[in-house]
Design a protein around this ligand. Structure first.
Ligand SMILES: [Zn+2]
Length: 425
């Protein structure tokens, strides 16, 4: 049984458990292994869960970020689960004849046939196409189940958004508990997106217990705890249990608009005063960025309208951008923004990378100091911005709570083999 509250940080959970604020989780943490694990680079949910599902690094499973561009057409798109050609954990278990139930895991749209039931998480959004078999989608629809909360509501009305998050979570937990009891599943996984959604918009209220919003915000975690207490009552004693998150979280000091920074430094130009898409990139643009921290040079041999020659010109430009970016500081606080800038071979060391994946490897991957989020929107009024978001993802500080052997576990990716080997015993 795998229960996965997305983005719930180890450090925050530890503080709450030491004060017994979540009794079911605290009880489990006392008996089982409770520790920190790492995410993937960059630490976004689509990358991390793809690694969990396949046991492969990003350059092998092919999900390297939340957004992609086709370098030939400069069409921008969101990669989906069909880009992952490797078999998923629950496909492998299905082939062993095991019965599986998988709910809400990111990057599982379109759903793949399994020996059991599966319903996708984000970036799928439609129960008609998001569940397998299709009849399961109809059952979920009939009971008011929702794949994901409507995040756009957070910008319009925070209190309506919070109420909506509660409703999506209630439906999800009730439905999961119901289906858990319907059958003696060999593998049961529930992913919970609402913790991540909450933390992006209510991080300050989560931390500040005197804030008037705190109790209704904290109730999201209490509901997960309630679910676990109910589950524990019906869980067979020898069940392998894995609770984990896919990345950590921290407070957001500023969003850093990398494309604006590239534009201010003369490396990025547009054909319009306010560009709408990557189609409006000027052919003389030298570089552009995608979220988070992924910088691509406008390379002649890769981009359809590239102007940078491979070899010396490419290397010189890349070093120039890297050096300048490393010195970036916050204009008011003078804080250092960049923690490390990787070249692709440092983050993606696999020897053989398929060409269709290789063209998505960034030429530089910038990792910011905690609190600074390296955004990818094409046009913004300033490099530094503070928006409605109050929290952001971190690479470290994801959590793992389990009765499986965690001796060789460093990151969420390692959990794939760890779980599979538990079936071999
Ligand atoms: Zn998130």
């Amino acid at each position: 049984v795998v229960i996965a509250p997305d983005g719930l940080p180890y450090s925050l959970l530890s503080r709450w458990l030491s004060r017994n604020r979540l009794p079911a989780l605290a009880g489990l943490a006392e008996k089982l292994t409770f520790r920190e694990i790492n995410s993937e680079q960059p630490p976004v949910s689509s990358v991390a869960w793809a690694s969990f599902m396949t046991g492969l690094p990003p350059e092998k499973h092919g999900i390297l970020g939340f957004t992609y561009r086709d370098p030939q057409t400069m069409n921008w798109y969101v990669p989906k689960g069909d880009l992952i050609s490797a078999p998923l954990l629950w496909e492998k278990l299905s082939r062993q004849g095991r019965r599986v139930f998988v709910m809400n895991v990111p990057m599982t749209w379109p759903p793949r046939p399994v020996n059991g039931l599966t319903v996708c998480g984000f970036v799928g959004n439609d129960l008609d196409t998001g569940a397998w078999p299709a009849g399961f989608g109809q059952e979920l629809k009939n009971r008011g189940y929702m794949i994901d909360a409507d995040v756009s509501l957070a910008r319009k009305n925070r209190s309506a958004f919070l109420a909506h998050l509660h409703e999506v979570l209630d439906r999800r937990l009730e439905t999961a508990l119901d289906y858990y009891q319907r059958e003696n599943w060999d593998f049961f996984m529930l992913h919970i997106m609402e913790t991540d959604r909450l933390q992006h918009f209510f991080w300050d209220e989560i931390l500040d217990e005197s804030n008037p919003w705190h109790s209704s915000v904290f109730e999201i975690y209490q509901k997960v705890d309630w679910f676990l207490s109910r589950l524990q009552k019906i869980l067979p004693e020898d069940t392998g249990l894995v609770l984990l998150s896919d990345h950590g979280f921290t407070g957001l000091k500023a969003e850093v608009n990398l494309n604006r920074w590239l534009w201010e430094n003369g490396w990025l130009r547009f054909t319009k005063p306010v560009p709408q898409s990557l189609h409006d990139l000027h052919p003389e643009s030298r570089a552009y960025a995608l979220y988070p921290g992924r910088i691509y040079l406008n390379l002649k041999t890769r981009e359809g309208r590239g102007c940078v020659s491979p070899g010396a010109e490419f290397e010189q430009l890349r070093s120039g951008i890297s050096q300048k970016l490393a010195g970036l500081r916050h204009p008011q606080s003078a804080e250092k923004i960049i923690k490390k800038i990787y070249r692709p071979e440092e983050v993606y060391p696999s020897a053989e990378i398929r060409p269709e994946i290789r063209l998505h490897l960034p030429d530089l991957l910038a990792v910011a100091e905690p609190g600074f989020d390296l955004k990818g929107q094409l046009w913004s009024a300033a490099t530094f911005d503070k928006t409605i978001h109050s929290g952001m993802h971190t690479f470290g500080d994801a959590f793992l709570l389990t009765n499986l052997d965690t001796a060789r576990i460093d990151s969420i990716r390692d959990m794939h083999d760890c779980i599979l080997s538990a079936y071999a015993v």
